[in-house]
Design a protein around this ligand. Sequence first.
Ligand code: PGA
Length: 254
Amino acid sequence: MKRKTLIAGNWKMNGLLEDGTALAKAVALEAKKRGSQGCEFLVCPPFTLLTSVKKALRGSKVGLGAQDCHVAASGAHTGDISPQMLKDLGCSYVIVGHSERRADHHETSALVCQKAESAHQAGLKVIICVGETESERDSGKTLAVCQKQIKESVPQDATAENTVIAYEPVWAIGTGKTPTVADVAEVHGAIRAEISKKFGKAVAAKMRILYGGSVKPSNAPQLLSLEDVDGGLVGGASLKAADFMGIADAVCQK
Ligand code: PGA
């Protein structure tokens, strides 16, 4: 089963108008130069840059995503952004359940699941993040933690078309540390098995599972070309167009 590789950039809370727009233009240009590599590209800037990045990406094949959304479509939720608003701005994807939101904003898997379902209803695709902390890994709970997060965070209406999973070990995010290739293969296999239990074999065979956590051009060939790894969710290295596209070059067919 051939799944289309997705290279997604999570800009997190980085970028002002000038440098954010310049970065988007550089990514669009580099993506254009590469033509129809067998990859899908996505950038997820902060909310404040969505409109200008959308403009900068015009005419390119790079998609636009957001980093979070609220569960409700509208209403009295000061400071929040609904999936409908993101769709309205031209987003096609939204990341939900990133470990920084689970930790900083106390988001539970139940909430992540509701967010994913609301995003689907608004016509957005979701990237649902799961991953263990360092102490969970040290105590041998990696697979159990990821399986539980998949069970509780992926909504019933998920399909291989509207949902992407990202496995991001919390201890590997922004640290330069990465799991071994064997560890990544094991966790991705377990996640696919969990998806299969919940949605059946056919859906599991088609659903994309990304790896995220300190991905860079030099480790992308090992980490992202494994059988069950269908691309990367890239943080730090997505802030430089050359690094972001370097990661793509390492895994996308020319
Ligand atoms: P990193 O972040 O690539 O900077 O480790 C990945 C992520 O948090 O999505």
